[in-house]
Design a protein around this ligand. Structure first.
Ligand code: ATP
Ligand code: MG
Ligand code: MG
Ligand code: MG
Length: 471
């Protein structure tokens, strides 16, 4: 089933059940506390809260989402993208759990024809209602797992509506990971659809540490079904990059690189193919929604994705312009479904050209400096590259720290991590993820690191390698 059909089947199904279609909100949200739309229900918060009367009791949409928290997963897992489309149905104080669960089951098994024997369900550990309703729908007890708040309780990260959730997963078989259900392996048991039972109100607090301060006036429903992931399952391909949403872009990259994408088992080469492909789509959508490359906030997210795409393509051996070519393919593939891509075709091409050229200059200049520093270290019989070199390259020339680390490793050197951490951005991927996720909450600082609660941050740029200066 083509992705266009997947979308229209969703709208036919929920349209026939009284849902009003609302357009996707732009990636740049109205909400100044949110960097980029990452789930797309934010526009509906006032309806859930009862602060505004919803114009329709039921709604449905396909929403554009960007999640920079997933950046390090892209190309490494089969299921993560930084930009993806999320289908969803909503009830604003109208139907609740029973209908939401019955609809989801019917659409999956009868609409999309997914094998019920491969579907697994997770529910919030204390949500006996949801458990009972899935049993009633016909899901056997051994394919329902109860999970805790990190997986199956949902909130917006700020005071507002919240509630337990329940998710539908598809078992892709032993070739994709360990058995034991979604609680054990998220790659094998691919999470497809998240149903949120919005019923409470959360207060202030960090992470999962917040009080529930009351109930919503009327329980509501918010769901998110990943189009990219469902397309991968229905099209029988291994990763989101091989669906009809992205495969033509991957093919274009194969042409430019003059080599074949080696498939899921292809190690770093496959990862690079998928990351460059996926990032090019995110770049096209961000530019289409008016984001301009820059050194902070949204502009920095765009720049970072674009640079990663260039870097991965260079790794694959593409020497000429690559992002303009890939984004042109994105417009060709998705322009009919997302007309803003067509409208902004020229701007997308222009931004891609300009940024790629500038980045290539940075790469050339930085590589010269780095090569001579590595040469000096090797000649001097040292095993480490001074942290100051990496910091200076990053701070003065904008040279990505990961490239410094890679080149040093290739020459048999370590980067002096301790001194590097004192003087500049560090390199841990874990830190990358948690700090970048804090940037998603707002465009300008200062922020406090959500993990340690200590470090105020000045600008998005300081997150290049997920480490704050002085962190
Ligand atoms: P995962 O656990 O696999 O990272 P999630 O729990 O973070 O997913 P939700 O926040 O529940 O995802 O989002 C709702 C749906 O959106 C998911 O069930 C999935 O289908 C889709 N989705 C989430 N993140 C991504 C992503 N990075 N790329 C593609 N689809 C995604
Ligand atoms: Mg996730
Ligand atoms: Mg999940
Ligand atoms: Mg989820």
């Amino acid at each position: 089933m083509r992705s266009t059909q997947i979308r229209s089947l969703f709208f036919d199904f929920f349209g026939a059940r009284g849902h009003h279609r609302v357009p996707s909100s732009p990636l740049v949200p109205d909400d100044p506390t949110l960097l980029l739309a990452n789930a797309g229900m934010n526009q509906f918060a006032p309806y859930f809260l009862g602060a505004a009367a919803p114009p329709w009791p039921r709604a449905m949409s396909v929403r554009k989402c960007v999640r920079t928290v997933d950046i390090d997963n892209v190309g490494r897992t089969t299921r993560h993208a930084t930009f993806f489309e999320m289908l969803g149905n909503f009830s604003f104080g109208d139907y609740f759990k029973a209908e939401a669960i019955a609809y989801a089951w019917e659409l999956f098994t009868e609409g999309y024809g997914l094998d019920p024997g491969r579907l697994w369900v997770t529910v919030y550990e204390h949500d006996d209602d949801a458990y009972r309703l899935w049993r009633r729908a016909g899901v056997p007890a051994d394919r329902i797992q109860r999970l805790g708040a990190p997986d199956n309780y949902w909130d917006m990260g700020v005071p507002g509506p919240c509630g337990p959730s329940s998710e539908l997963h598809y078992d892709r078989g032993p070739g994709f990971g360990r058995e034991g259900g979604p609680a054990v392996d998220g790659e094998r048991y691919q999470e497809l659809w998240n149903l949120v039972f919005m019923q409470s109100l959360r207060g202030a607090g960090e992470g999962l540490d917040y009080p529930v301060v009351g109930g919503l006036p009327r329980p509501s429903i918010d769901t998110g079904l990943g189009l990219d992931r469902l397309a991968a399952i229905l099209q029988g391909v291994d990763t989101v990059c091989e669906t009809d949403l992205l495969r033509p872009v991957l093919t274009r990259l194969e042409e430019l690189a003059r080599r074949r994408y080696p498939g899921r088992e292809g190690g770093e080469v496959s990862t690079a193919f998928r990351a460059a492909t996926e990032h090019a789509r995110a770049v096209a959508f961000l530019v289409a929604d008016g984001v301009v490359p820059g050194s902070t906030g949204r502009g920095y997210v765009l720049r970072r994705l674009l640079r990663r795409a260039v870097h991965r393509a260079r790794f694959l051996g593409v020497t000429g312009p690559v992002v303009p070519e890939l984004t042109a393919e994105v417009v060709a593939v998705l322009g009919a479904d997302w007309p803003e891509l067509e409208r902004r075709r020229d701007t997308i091409a222009e931004v891609a050209h300009r940024e790629e050229e500038a980045f290539d200059r940075t790469l050339r200049q930085g590589t010269r400096i780095l090569d001579s520093a590595i040469g000096r270290a090797v000649a001097g019989g040292r095993t480490r590259l001074p942290g100051e070199t990496a910091f200076e390259l990053h701070d003065t020339y904008g040279f990505p720290v990961e490239l410094t680390a890679e080149a040093a490793r290739a020459a048999g050197l370590e980067v002096d991590r301790d001194r590097f951490a004192d003087g500049g951005p560090g390199m841990s991927d874990d830190e990358g993820s948690h700090l970048i996720s804090s940037v998603e909450r707002g465009e300008s600082g200062p922020w406090t690191c959500p993990e340690c609660g200590e470090y105020a941050v000045e600008s998005g740029q300081r997150f290049e390698q997920g480490r704050v200066v002085g962190h």
